[in-house]
Structure formats: structure tokens, C-alpha cells
Design a protein around this ligand. Structure first.
Ligand code: SF4
Ligand code: SF4
Length: 295
């Protein structure tokens, strides 16, 4: 199956931009048991996962996000020399999805965004001077997929509704914005440090590890979270994931939405002054240092 929900383009290696459609474009498609190509798409996978995909699947399987990432995913470079994404790890010595069964998908109700969208591809774009991203769609036509030959016309909007992607898109909006922001900022941000990339990976994909990070004394001493917020973050994966996106915007791009403790700010300023006075500059200042030192 092609990766149909890539954050920028589903055809990163192709110089040809696919035809873009709005949601009211009518397509013709049906995928159903009994079709000649049943499971063909799941037998040869290349599927990028969103943070919400990881959260849904690890919850369904009843395992921690760390265990899920280890067992079912492989990291890859979402953009060259930049932040990482995760893809499904296929079965050992093969190309099929680990969740594929003869009767179909064994995690159907929690299948990832890319599986829901297929054969439509979401193309999220952001103009340099705009904060919000806008969505267009492309149609992926692979020779093995017979679904295009079935006479069932419907609009892309109707297909998205049928496949239940609205919730997935909404929950991953903050993550897509982070990636688009990083991509459009280009050399002004440059290659993020190893620490920034580790922080990004943890906050986006490893929600259970991120919870321990937020619970840590260092984090709590640095940021001013009230008891109710803390309790929600400790109990609710979705709240924590959304908080993680905000946190990353703050740490990586300076968009402050989480108040820092005044004493922590003063201590940090003092530390920076001391460093400057002593001229200890073994490497450039990295904002991720301040938060990662607490792990
Ligand atoms: S998660 Fe399900 S639908 Fe997606 S590739 Fe795996 S088996 Fe196919
Ligand atoms: S119709 Fe397309 S999406 Fe459905 S099983 Fe066949 S190859 Fe996969």
C-alpha cells in the first residue's frame, strides 16, 4: 500500500506534482471482501504513522507506546537531515503488514490514517506567510488495486466520512503543523540538534515516556502547570499528546503557550549569564538542553 497520508506529498521522490483535488471531487472506488486483489495493498506496505495512529494502536493492543514502537515500527527521516517519523515494520523477512490476516485487517477499527485514506492521499500545505495548513487531495492509482474498476461514484468528502478520517486529521493537526513549519522554515532553523530530535520523537510518538518526562521534578520545577492540568496530563493520553505538540512548538520555534515558573526563568537567566561570563561555549546554545537535562 502506498503511503497515502504523508504530511506534505505522498510522492516525495517524484518530480511530478500529482493533480490536486478538493473534497467535492467525485471518484469511483470500492474495496470489499471478495474483490480479486483482496489484501494486495497490505501485503507490501510503506505506511507512515501519525502520533494519533500510534496512540490508537498501542491502546488497542494494551501495550506501552515504547513497546509498540519497538515491536511494530521503524524510524525514518521524515525530511532530509531533519526530524524523524515512524513507519510500520513489516513481518519478519517479508513486506506484509503485521496486522494482515486472510480475512482482512485485524486492527480495522483502529487502522492508521494512511490505511483509511487509501487510495486518496492527503496533501497538507502551508504557505510561508500563513499559520494554518490547508488540505488538498490526490488519487493514488496502483495497477494491483481493482477498487478503481468498481462502479461506485462518491466524492472525496463522502469517502473521508465513510472511512472516519476527520477525527484522525483533527487529532494530528498540531503534528502536521510542526512538520510544515519545520520544512518551510528551511535554513533559518537548520538541522535540529540530536537533543531536539530526541525530544521531538518522544513527545510525538512515545506518549508514555513523555508522561514520565512531564511528571519529572525537573519539568515540574520549570513549568507552571496547575493541579487540574497535571492530573489531566497524567490520566489522558489525548490531552498529553496535544500538550506535547504545544510543548514542541514552544521549545523548537519559541511559540510560548506553556508558562514557565518565574524562579526557573530567573535561574536559567542567571545560568546563561554565568556561562557567557565564563565564556564556556563548547557548542552552540540549544534550547532543548534546558528541558532534556531533566530526563
Ligand atoms: S493496519 Fe490493517 S489496513 Fe493497514 S496495512 Fe495493516 S492490515 Fe492493512
Ligand atoms: S481494492 Fe485496493 S485497497 Fe482494496 S484490497 Fe484491493 S488493493 Fe487493497
Amino acid at each position: 500500500m502506498a503511503d497515502s497520508a504523508h504530511t506534505q506529498s505522498p510522492f516525495p521522490s517524484s518530480p511530478v506534482m500529482p493533480t490536486l483535488y478538493d473534497g467535492d471531487k467525485t471518484i469511483q472506488f470500492s474495496c470489499h471482501k471478495g474483490i480479486g486483489c483482496w489484501n494486495a495493498c497490505c501485503a507490501n506496505i510503506d505506511i507512515t504513522l501519525t502520533p494519533y495512529d500510534v496512540l490508537r494502536l498501542k491502546t488497542r493492543l494494551g501495550i506501552s507506546s515504547s513497546d509498540f514502537l519497538r515491536q511494530y515500527t521503524v524510524p525514518f527521516e521524515l525530511e532530509k537531515d531533519g526530524i524523524a517519523g515512524v513507519k510500520f515494520k513489516p513481518v519478519e523477512d517479508g513486506t506484509a503488514c503485521q496486522f494482515m490476516r486472510p480475512e482482512g485487517c485485524s486492527v480495522y477499527e483502529d487502522r492508521p490514517t494512511a490505511c483509511r485514506y487509501y487510495p486518496v492521499a492527503l496533501i497538507a500545505m502551508r504557505k510561508q506567510d500563513e499559520y494554518t495548513d490547508r488540505s488538498s487531495y490526490a488519487l493514488v492509482k496502483e495497477p494491483h488495486c481493482k477498487g478503481h474498476e468498481v462502479d461506485r461514484p462518491l466524492t472525496i468528502d463522502a469517502y473521508r466520512k465513510e472511512q472516519g478520517v476527520a477525527e484522525y486529521d483533527e487529532q494530528s493537526r498540531g503534528w502536521r503543523q510542526l512538520i510544515l513549519k519545520k520544512m518551510s522554515s528551511g535554513p533559518t532553523i537548520g538541522k535540529p540538534s540530536l537533543r531536539s530530535r530526541q525530544l521531538y520523537f518522544m513527545a510525538c510518538y512515545d506518549v508514555d515516556l513523555f508522561r514520565e518526562f512531564v511528571r519529572s521534578e525537573g519539568f515540574q520545577n520549570s513549568f507552571d502547570l496547575d493541579d487540574a492540568t497535571n492530573q489531566r496530563l497524567m490520566e489522558d493520553d489525548l490531552e498529553l499528546m496535544q500538550f506535547g505538540f504545544r510543548f514542541l512548538k514552544q521549545v523548537l520555534f519559541g511559540e510560548v503557550s506553556i508558562a514557565a515558573r518565574e524562579d526557573a526563568v530567573r535561574a536559567r537567566e542567571q545560568r546563561l549569564r554565568e556561562l557567557q561570563e565564563m565564556q564556556i561555549k563548547r557548542r552552540p546554545y540549544d534550547p532543548a538542553d534546558e528541558v532534556l537535562e531533566f530526563i
